[in-house]
Design a protein around this ligand. Sequence first.
Ligand code: MG
Length: 366
Amino acid sequence: MSPNALASYLKETAKLKRTLPSENKKLEKAIQKAFGRVYRAVALDVDGTITEPATSNLSTEMVLIISRLLQKGIPVILISGRGRTSLRAAANQVRRESKISDWYLRRLQCVCYNGLIRLYTKTSKPDKFLELEDFLFNTSSEQQQVLEEYKAQNEKYIAKFSSKIGYLRIRADVDGLVELVPRSLVELSEKLSRLSGNESWFISRSLYEGQFWWTLTPKDKSHALEKIAKRLGLPPSTILRIGDSGGENGNDESILNCDSGFSVGSVSEIHDGCLPIFSRSGEHLQGAKGTQWIISTVKIFPPLSLQAENPESIEKRIADLTGFEKLVTARSRIEAKIIDAEIDGKHRSLLPTGARLRADGTSLRE
Ligand SMILES: [Mg+2]
């Protein structure tokens, strides 16, 4: 980013985040890091981030951008408050409309219910697209009982519910109070937290099909993203994160509040993360338009090294590479034999000395 572009971006961002002049240095540093870093993977919220305005369909441009990232070898993670069926529908839209092969699509994975279940494809079975599920949290029987009791008392408000994974979604305007977290939900989360050894449960707000929702979950999106970063062998900061609900209680707040996080909707007031998006002309870009701009502006390259915070992940990758190396060596021997057999006897003398040997070391003259 040029010094002029940085100065105007800093000015607009500080205005939007209501940053005090004394905090500008921190903000400037975060902006430099966010735009200067090389990203190795991309995590995208779905609704309001890559969808057409007020619909649940992905924008045509975003389908194209995601498919290009996958073809370049860059892992893409769709991370959403959606359940399995509607998140698979979004991923299937990418599969159907991009027409890229399943081989590339293996790099697409999904996290649903704000971080509770991961959907992925087995590397060796690319045609079984996103058929595997990884439960990232399971509730205890006491927690399930508390959730079932709440459901029985508030049935008419509940839109989606699973006591097994600890997920509950209600309309945000149930009592005509969109901004306030319903009292009963706060009490429920406190009760469940006490049963989790005082580990907080998360109440977050999101926008889906033009409607606001409150969700209660035992974990948030950042918990899932950290696990995925370890599996990919990447430092979490190298995953570019884009979402639209970065403000207070937003369901993207936990993943955007760092200097790899950009919001194409509401922003938090923290000074070292959750950055808004402005075009070169200073227009505040929101939704899929903002997402496209940021992906085409920052540096994103496929993961190259075996650097990982999790030693198990390095071991697994080394084992995979060793297996691949064995296959390649065997293939190379077969190909060398085929070439040997095809060389006419009278031309063998033209080959360099070393090449007069077969792959198994015996002489071609024999
Ligand atoms: Mg969203």
